[in-house]
Design a protein around this ligand. Structure first.
Ligand code: BF8
Ligand code: SF4
Length: 631
């Protein structure tokens, strides 16, 4: 069997990953790549999106191909490939929208607990932002106490989840032309839970049996995610934990230290991990760590929880999605503490191969074999201390012979909230708009999302970002892509040496990197807001801007929801691999072409990062010309 294993050099572009892949093999640890090989070839019907399990007259599968005698063209109920593919895609989008948005709801609940005095350890760290948001939501602020204002903000945000509104609150941020278009198409997002529930309803057998109609509702559902669920998560986290400001940190597996107690925080919602960090910084805990022979306690990040704490607190970043198993393989991790989303269940088994404790913290995301701490705002401070204590105690069980830290950390710059970007520009967007008009910066692309073992780890993420900055296109990065950018040297001002002359000069003048780290995946809401601000400043629609989006190595339902809300907001969006829709020509054509006519932007799929950069560049050229600018 060993001979069938892939060449490690084809699995990742990073030395730290390759060293740990070799160690994983030596230690007998199975990784996502191994399991992908076991799963390949995948079921063709599922890949094409032409299986349906929505009722027990089925399951059904569709194939008009000769090998099935041309007989499998409709399911038992009569649904054809178009209907089935659109329904599956709609549910996929609903899943992603639910993930981001339920995370947003949990942040509202945390703020509510603060308002009600039930959340020791939490506080309102950015009152000015709270008051700004309140004003946008129509909440009175004049002469009112911050907690009173927060109480009304909590109510307004909760109301975005229900079904009593005609539109979600932050629709006020959307350019007028875009709002009119959504109204005309009847896809204005009304309420997060409403759109998700309606997607599930429509895809029940015997409901929405018209693929284009289902696709339109998928867009509405995704818009509720982008302009409400995710946006609320981002904005209220800034209120609770502080709005990010530029700061320096470090990244790669080298941030895991040989001589410290190491705690990795993983998942998405910083409500838990902020408390873990707080407890780990407690002098009493550090003293205990020293008693056990460590020099201190390191809290390092994985995935989006890592990004949240990196953006606000500057914690080092151990790795992105495909590094999560490999981080444990260092043998130097005492505790992995997770909240929810994108946490491979395999981490429990990998942790079990070492002395690592795997701790889950959310009632809605339990892992068989994990140690469970039932975190909620009321007890988080106390529970966090127990978790850190457990890590300190585990340190004595670490086997130094099994420890290998494969790299020296690299420097990164982070913390580019929109507020921070405006501040770097001297308080107004004008210098940036002038740079765009002059062609110093030709446009912006949000490069976002994941890793997927089907693609050589981070090759497309890094390849695309490098190709874009070379063309004087500034990259705004979120999610797992950011760690790739950091490891590639693109998140420091010196990284501008990889950019074209225009972007290089702007970065030099402002002291910023060519790729700006805007946060976690819910923080794509920051990119939406920035696009809206620019469009409003120019008096145009978002679809008129020289901007694009890309998720070169995406894998998740959430990434698909992000892609769809970007497109429905007017942003041309590249994907490195297609969603499971190719079994319907109609649905595929809508995604790649039809949406352009409907919402002014579409998807494009290409697995070659250089070609993707050319496609995004061509789009930016076209949009610059549309605005009367030099291409
Ligand atoms: O929400 S980038 S692998 S961790 S889905 Fe997941 Fe993708 Fe990472 Fe964050 Ni986003
Ligand atoms: Fe088959 Fe129709 Fe039931 Fe789907 S809903 S499983 S296509 S009968």
């Amino acid at each position: 069997m060993e001979s069938k294993k892939r060449d490690i050099n084809d699995m990742s572009i990073w030395d730290d990953a390759k060293s740990m892949l070799a160690k994983a093999r030596a230690d007998g640890v199975e990784t996502a790549w191994d399991r992908l090989d076991q799963q390949t070839p995948h079921c063709r019907f599922c890949e094409l999106g032409t299986t349906c399990r929505n009722c027990v007259m089925g399951p059904c599968r569709i194939s008009a191909k000769a090998e099935h005698g041309g007989k499998l063209s409709r399911g038992v109920c009569g649904a054809d490939a178009d209907v089935i593919v659109a329904r599956n895609f709609g549910r996929f989008i609903a899943g992603g929208s639910a993930g981001h948005s339920d995370h947003g709801r949990d942040v509202i609940e945390a703020l509510e607990a603060v308002v009600e005095g039930r959340a020791p350890g939490y506080q309102i760290r950015d009152e000015a932002k709270l008051r700004r948001i309140a004003a946008e939501l129509g909440v009175a602020t004049e002469g009112r106490d911050a907690l009173d204002v927060a109480a009304d903000v909590v109510d307004a945000c909760y109301s975005d989840f229900g079904s009593r509104r005609k539109a979600v609150n932050f629709l006020s941020r959307v350019p007028a032309k875009r709002r009119e278009l959504w109204e005309k198409l009847d896809i204005t997002p009304r309420g997060v839970d409403r759109e998700i529930a309606e997607m599930m309803h429509r895809t029940h057998m015997g409901c929405d049996n018209d693929a284009p109609n289902t696709m339109l509702h998928a867009a509405r559902c995704a818009l509720a995610d982008g302009w409400a669920g995710s946006m609320i998560a981002t904005e209220l986290c800034d209120v609770l934990f502080g709005t990010p400001k530029p700061k320096m940190s470090t990244a790669n597996l080298g941030v895991i230290k040989k001589d410290t107690v190491n705690i990795l925080v993983h998942g998405h919602n910083p409500v838990v991990s902020e408390m873990i960090l707080d407890a780990a910084r407690d002098p009493e805990m550090i003293e205990l760590a020293k008693k056990n022979g460590a020099t201190g306690i390191t809290v390092a990040g994985l995935c989006c929880t890592g990004n949240e704490l990196l953006m606000r607190q500057g914690i080092p970043m151990a790795g992105n999605h495909l590094m999560t198993e490999l981080a444990i393989v260092t043998g130097a991790v005492e505790v992995v503490v997770v909240d929810y989303q994108c946490i491979m269940p395999s981490l429990v088994q990998v942790a079990g191969c070492y002395h690592t404790r795997f701790i889950d913290t959310a009632a809605k995301a339990r892992f068989t074999g994990a140690i469970h701490f039932n975190f909620h705002p009321e007890n988080a401070r106390e529970e966090a201390r127990k978790v850190v204590r457990m890590a300190v105690d585990a340190f004595v069980e670490r086997d130094p012979k099994r420890v290998e830290i494969p790299a020296e950390p690299v420097s990164i710059m982070t913390g580019f909230s929109n507020e921070a970007i405006l501040e770097a520009l001297g308080g107004s967007l004008d210098p940036l708009l002038d740079a765009v008009k002059a062609g110093t910066v030709r446009g912006f692309v949000g490069v976002v999302g994941c890793n997927n073992p089907k693609i050589k780890h981070d090759s497309a993420n890094v390849g695309l970002m490098k190709a874009l900055v070379k063309k004087d296109i500034m990259v705004l990065a979120t999610g797992c892509v950011t760690t790739a950018a950091g490891k590639a040297g693109l998140l420091v001002p010196e990284g501008a040496s990889m950019a074209g002359p225009g972007l290089q000069s702007l970065c030099g003048a402002l002291g910023i990197p060519p790729v700006l780290h805007l946060g976690s995946c819910v923080d794509n809401a920051r990119i939406l807001q920035l696009c809206a601000l620019i469009a409003n400043a120019l008096g145009v629609d978002i679809s008129d801007l020289p901007v694009g989006a890309s998720s070169p190595e995406w894998y998740s339902e959430k990434a698909a929801a992000i892609g769809l809300y970007a497109v429905a907001s007017g942003i041309y969006t590249h994907l490195g691999l297609p969603p499971n829709i190719l079994g319907s020509e109609k649905v595929t054509d809508i995604a790649l072409n039809g949406l352009e006519q409907i919402v002014g932007a579409s998807f494009v799929v290409n697995d070659d990062p250089e070609k993707a950069a050319d496609l995004l560049d061509a789009r930016i050229r076209q949009k610059r010309q549309g605005l009367g600018l030099q291409p």
